[in-house]
Unconditional design. Sequence first.
Length: 140
Amino acid sequence: MSDEASKRVYPAAPLEESVAATQQQPLIAPKVTAPPQPPTYEQAIGGTTPAAASGPNVVVVTEPVSPYGPHPIDVLCPYCHNYSRTRLRFKPTSRTHLIALLLCLFQLYCCICLPYCIGSCMNTNHYCGMCDKYLGTYIR
């Protein structure tokens, strides 16, 4: 055991110089600075003169395209969730009435009913073939 005790290496004690050096370093307190002042009203707004407009604003309006046309189509009904062919109903529009009025002004009284009988002069409403719910309109 004495051989093992002599072979052990113990850590050295700290040198007095390094201990003295750490004790002599002055502690520096962190500098505390006040936050910057918020900008004044004129600075935040950008001065008193209004900024010049960069140009006219353009607004683009797009209308959704209806998947319905002038003829019956096969659809999946959002109400009854069945595949069916749409049923059509024609609805007269102001254009239909205007054509009838023009025929009346030209004294073509026998032709006044034609715009109401021709499907191309009216809008086409599509209804589900199973549950008869309104699905959409084809506007002419």
